[in-house]
Write a protein that binds this ligand. Structure first.
Ligand SMILES: *Cc1c(COP(=O)(O)O)cnc(C)c1O
Length: 368
């Protein structure tokens, strides 16, 4: 079976994790944590980084920073992972959904303004599958209505919008360092913020809101969202080669683009002129008249030893939210099409040229 993705752990990663272990700093203090936060924030051109346990809780922290009142609204794409929407719901807010652009699969920023109400507090963009969202339009609307912009950049390490790094464009951004992400700490995440007040509050929320002067006196409910020093050590090692990883991902995508170009019945991932796509995954989208659904193609490919993953199912189609009375009667045709017709094929860092050719032959064989 050719796996859809596999983490690549180097000798350097192992050496640095060992070093952290041997230092005795195995919990949530230590030099690697400081380095990891500093280096990743710098890479993204943001002033403050707060490392946390994973990308989902990074979003919990980001949403907490908004101080939502019950019923306050956060606009976000419907076509994404559940993490952003569940963070908003848990904080007492309401996710307000936007459909996708059919070409880039990113949130269609031209629809943003029609979603604004007097309860809107923030726009949360997700850079889906490694391609940046259309940030100028997002910023324009945010500025006009005085909204906070949060970027979920969990799939977009090193991606760029008009030459600027994703995760360095909004007021707050979040990353995941899960094993299948572009760079990994096994489990891990980070919140990046611009304001020193937000940075301090995020650090406090991460660590049970202990106080500096009187540790066991609490003004607010926090969480234990801490990352460990050995995990951060792996992160520091991974940051060293992030640009190589981005190059490798782009090379894999270029190879697929070349071999799949012109194949009838599918469309390939976009890269807008203003975008640097890091192709976190390599998605293909079946035409409406292609016969097979993505699920059927996945099954055929599995029979040929090729692993795939389906695209996201929109938030408006999730039973958990429907049962809560959210999104009733709403439909988002592009996201629904993507969910049924899209899948991604193997593009892990360890894939070989032969395997890429094998995947391409199998895809072509299954389509005809
Ligand atoms: C992976 C991912 C997350 C969640 O990160 P975890 O570390 O798995 O909790 C959040 N948002 C997006 C867009 C992701 O791809």
């Amino acid at each position: 079976m050719i796996p859809v993705a596999e983490p690549q752990i180097t000798e350097k990663d192992i050496h640095m994790v060992n070093d952290a272990l041997q230092s005795g700093w195995i919990s949530s203090a230590g030099k690697y944590l400081d380095l990891f936060e500093e280096q990743w924030a710098t890479y993204c051109c943001m002033p403050y980084g707060i490392a946390v346990s994973n990308g989902s809780v990074a979003l919990d922290v980001a949403i907490s920073l908004l101080n939502l009142q019950p019923g306050d609204e956060v606009i976000m794409p419907t076509f994404t992972i559940i993490s952003p929407a569940q963070s908003v719901v848990r904080a007492g807010g309401v996710p307000v959904l936007v459909d996708s652009n059919p070409n880039t699969w990113q949130m269609d920023a031209t629809q943003l303004e029609s979603k604004i109400t007097n309860r809107t507090k923030a726009i949360l963009v997700v850079h889906i599958y490694g391609h940046p969202a259309d940030m100028d339009k997002v910023q324009e609307v945010a500025k006009k209505y005085n909204l906070i912009v949060i970027e979920d950049a969990a799939e977009a390490h090193g991606a760029e919008y008009k030459g600027r790094k994703c995760g360095g464009l909004g007021d707050i951004s979040t990353f995941s360092f899960y094993a299948n992400k572009l760079i990994t700490t096994g489990e891990g995440g980070m919140v990046l913020v611009r304001s020193p007040e937000m940075a301090e509050r995020a650090r406090s929320l991460r660590n049970l809101c202990f106080q500096k002067k009187q540790r066991f006196l609490h003004d607010e409910l926090g969480y234990n969202f801490r990352l460990t020093n050995p995990q951060a050590a792996m992160g520091v090692s991974q940051i060293e080669r992030v640009d190589d990883i981005v190059c490798r991902k782009r090379d894999i995508a270029a190879k697929y683009n070349e071999l799949l170009d012109g194949t009838k019945g599918i469309s390939l991932p976009a890269e807008e002129p203003w975008a640097k796509n890091v192709f976190w995954v390599y998605g293909i989208l079946l035409d409406e008249n292609a016969g097979n659904t993505a699920a059927q193609l996945a099954e055929l490919l599995r029979n040929r030893d090729i692993e795939t993953r389906p695209f996201f199912l929109g938030m408006h189609e999730q039973p958990i939210f429907r049962n809560m009375g959210l999104f009733s009667g709403e439909s988002y045709p592009v996201a629904e099409h993507l969910a049924r017709r899209g899948l991604y094929i193997p593009s892990g860092l360890t894939i070989t040229e032969e395997q890429i050719a094998q995947v391409v032959n199998a895809v072509k064989g299954c389509l005809s």
